[in-house]
Structure formats: C-alpha cells, structure tokens
Design a protein around this ligand. Structure first.
Ligand SMILES: Nc1ncnc2c1ncn2[C@@H]1O[C@H](COP(=O)(O)OP(=O)(O)O)[C@@H](O)[C@H]1O
Ligand SMILES: [Mg+2]
Length: 415
C-alpha cells in the first residue's frame, strides 16, 4: 500500500495548485492527497478539522504573518509539519525580515520548499519530514470505506462482515466500525447493538472531541469490534457534516488500527471527506444492469475528485440468487472498464444473520462461499499491512483473491 499523507497547501498564488499536482505525480512511494486553500484563516480551520500530516504555506507579504500562522496551526493541529514555500528570487527580505524568518523556523516552521516546486524536492521533503513512513504510519490506523451510488447493494453487509472478521482476528478494541449511513443506519441491528451515543454526539462534541471521548461514544461487540453508530433520526443526522465527519475519522485512525466506514448512496461532501481519509475504497456493485451502469459512472467521478485508482477495489456482490439473464463477471468488467477484485457469492443465511443480529462471519462457514470470500478480502488486508511494515514504500500489486479449489470464485456465480 502506498503512503497517503494529507498535504494542505495555503497560499493565494493560483499556480500553486498545478505545481503540486505536477510534483505529486512524480513521487515514489508517496501518494499524498492535496487540499488547497487561499487564505490563512481557512488554512487554520482546515488544519484543525482535517489534521493533515503537512501544511505547506506560501510566504507572502509580511513574513511575521508566517510566524503567527505557524503558531496557530501548531496549536490547532499538534503534530502537523509546517513547511514554508518560497521563491528564492522573490523573497527580497531585509535583514530584519530575515530575522523573522529565522525566528519562524525556530518557532514552528519545520522546513522550506523552493518554488517552482519540483517532484524531487517534494520527495526529499516528505522523506525527511515524515521520516520513513513505517515509523510514522505505525501510529495511524487504516481507513477502509465501502461505497456505491446505489442502495441495497451490500455496503452495510460488507462493512459489518469485514469489520467483524478483522475484529475476530485481532485483540479487542483494535477495529472500529463507523456507521455513516446518516439517514438509515443499519450496522447496529446487524450486530444486535443499540448504541446510546452516535456519530451525532461526536459531531456535537467536536470542540472537545479527543481520542478518549471518541472511545466513550462507541459500543463494544462481544467479538471485540467497536461501533460508532449512525444518528438515530433526521434531526440528529443534521448535525453531522463533512467537517465533523473528517475530524471524527481523523481521530479514529489515531486510536484504532482499522476504521471501517459504512456509507450511504450519495456523492456529496461527506463522502468526499470519507474518501479523503480512506486508505482503500471498496466500490460495491451488483450484477444488474442499472447497478453496473451506476458504478461505471461512479468510478471516474471518484478518480476526478482525486482518489487514486490504485486504492480503489471493486467488489461484485451477488446478493441476488442466480438470476437467469444476470450479467456475467466479464460483462461487468467490460461495462466498468475495470477488473473486478472480489466476487462475493450469494448467501441465503445472511437474511437470518440480519434478522437475528448474529453476524455471519461469527457463525457461518468460512470454508466456502460468502464466508470464504470475505475471509480472503481480510487476508489481503492483513497481508498488505505486514508487507508494508517490513519493506520500503512501493506501489502495492492489486489484490485479488486466489481462486478456490475446483473453480474460481467468479465461476461460482457467473454460470
Ligand atoms: N452476498 C449476499 N447474499 C445474500 N444477501 C445479501 C448479500 N449481500 C447483501 N445481501 C442482502 O441484501 C440486502 C441489502 O444489503 P445491504 O448491505 O443493507 O445494502 P446497502 O448497505 O448497500 O444498502 C440485505 O437484506 C442483505 O442481507
Ligand atoms: Mg447500508
């Protein structure tokens, strides 16, 4: 898995954005998500809510403003590295101003980047400031989101199943499931849990929200999984927005090793905040024409908003029993113009699991079918994480479950 720090670029120069886009494209081992804002105030707000790993600020006007900006960002987002962007020819500071710069460096600015920006300088900066990613990433959990622009395709089923399977294999309290289906949460009932505090509480408490409070807002399942439930009604839901969600997920990944996000079928600011923080997005699709058409529209949009294709996985969930005339995997791949990464077979007992709140991954077989497919997906995740801890950052190969003995998982529903 590549390393995906968030970089916030603050500055009024319209060329900045393009310079970063070009430099980011030339990086090795890093796939930063870059946000740009023009003003210092907005920069401090975004830093507070999103806690980027790096804030790059254009040195402009009075260099004293750099010092106060750096101080405010450090207070709002402790641990964020602050980097000043400068043009060697355009500084022209007097001695007094140079002193301010020196003071700024002493105060909070950690490093400088020369403009126009080059990929190699940005590369060196990230290597230097964020150290080797294995040191830095060790403390941050992985965020996995399940998305689609249709309802009823299996996002919640997959989120709950993957979260339970991860939790089952790890010590208690390492996995958090966040039910972001703000208008119709279903993770609670699927786990037979009734959270008394939810995402809405996290949103309301955002000014004093920290990792300890966030843990208190979750409810523990017997398998060791923690759940942050969806708001209970539309009034509750209205307090959750992209910023509070961003803040909550940012804190969550500091406290849990794995953060699984169940989403809702809409592409809005909230989904973008979720994607911004996701290490992997699983696009869930069913093998029906309207569904595949919807997914074919969604995939390019996800890329256009800056979410890298390498971090996207396509999950074909067969939650209809073999329907005559249903699309084959080859049909789906052709329409999506992309490979299907995981095929999840139909499992009729899921309905019982749903009605009783007894997760299938705790009570059903993992030797074949649905249980085996989910297990393989989780195997890939855990294997990916181990590889990363041992090696230098490198683009991860696309994970695909191994075909089961006696035929591929694909064949199990294509015929
Ligand atoms: N692989 C599957 N086999 C059988 N039923 C499934 C499967 N995946 C999902 N379902 C069922 O389909 C319905 C919709 O799934 P759900 O996960 O709630 O979708 P979404 O969250 O995308 O709206 C549920 O009743 C669920 O039990
Ligand atoms: Mg759902």
């Amino acid at each position: 898995m590549e390393h995906t720090p968030q970089i916030l670029v603050v500055g009024s120069d319209p060329l900045l954005k393009d310079e970063f886009t070009a430099a980011v494209a030339g990086l090795r081992g890093w796939k930063p998500v870059v946000h740009s804002v023009r003003g210092a105030r907005q920069g401090i707000e975004v830093a507070r809510n999103r806690r980027p790993e790096v804030v790059c600020v254009q040195v402009e006007g009075d260099p004293r403003s750099l010092k106060s900006f750096a101080e405010e960002v450090s207070a709002a987002a402790p641990g964020t590295a602050i980097v000043a962007l400068y043009r060697p020819d355009g500084l022209g500071f007097s001695d007094g101003e140079s002193n301010v710069i020196i003071e700024a460096v002493r105060a909070q600015v950690q490093d400088f980047l020369r403009r126009p920006l080059s990929a190699s300088e940005l590369q060196q900066l990230l290597d230097r400031v964020l150290r080797r990613p294995k040191e830095q990433k060790k403390d941050l959990g992985r965020v996995l989101s399940f998305v689609s622009n249709k309802g009823g395709v299996g996002k919640s089923t997959m989120s709950v199943s993957v979260a339970v399977e991860l939790a089952r294999r790890l010590p208690p309290g390492k996995v958090l499931l966040v039910d972001c289906s703000v208008h119709l949460g279903s993770c609670g009932p699927m786990l037979d849990l009734t959270p008394t505090t939810t995402l809405a509480h996290a949103a309301r408490e955002q000014n004093r929200l920290d990792e300890t409070l966030l843990r208190k807002l979750t409810v523990r399942h017997a398998c060791g999984l923690d759940l942050l439930g969806a708001p209970v009604d539309p009034v509750d839901a209205s307090v959750v927005d992209d910023e509070t969600l961003s803040r909550t997920l940012t804190l969550a990944r500091r406290s849990w090793d794995w953060v699984i996000v169940d989403t809702f079928p809409m592409l809005d600011g909230m989904i973008m905040s979720i994607l911004d923080l996701s290490d992997r997005a699983y696009v869930v699709v069913q093998n029906t024409v309207p569904n595949v058409v919807g997914a074919a529209r969604l995939l390019p949009v996800i890329q256009q908003i800056g979410f890298p294709r390498e971090r996207t996985r396509i999950v074909l969930n067969n939650n209809f029993e073999k329907a005559p005339g249903g699309l084959t995997i080859a049909d789906v791949e052709a329409r999506l113009d992309a490979d299907v990464d995981y095929v999840i077979p139909y499992q009729k007992r899921l309905i019982t699991a749903l009605n009783t709140g007894r997760p299938y991954m705790l009570h059903g077989t993992k030797l074949f079918g649905f249980g085996k497919a989910v297990k393989l997906l989780v195997d890939d995740l855990l294997a990916g994480m181990e590889t990363e801890a041992e090696t230098e950052p490198a683009p991860a190969p696309r994970a695909r479950p191994a075909p089961p003995a006696g035929g591929s998982t694909k064949a199990s529903f294509a015929d």
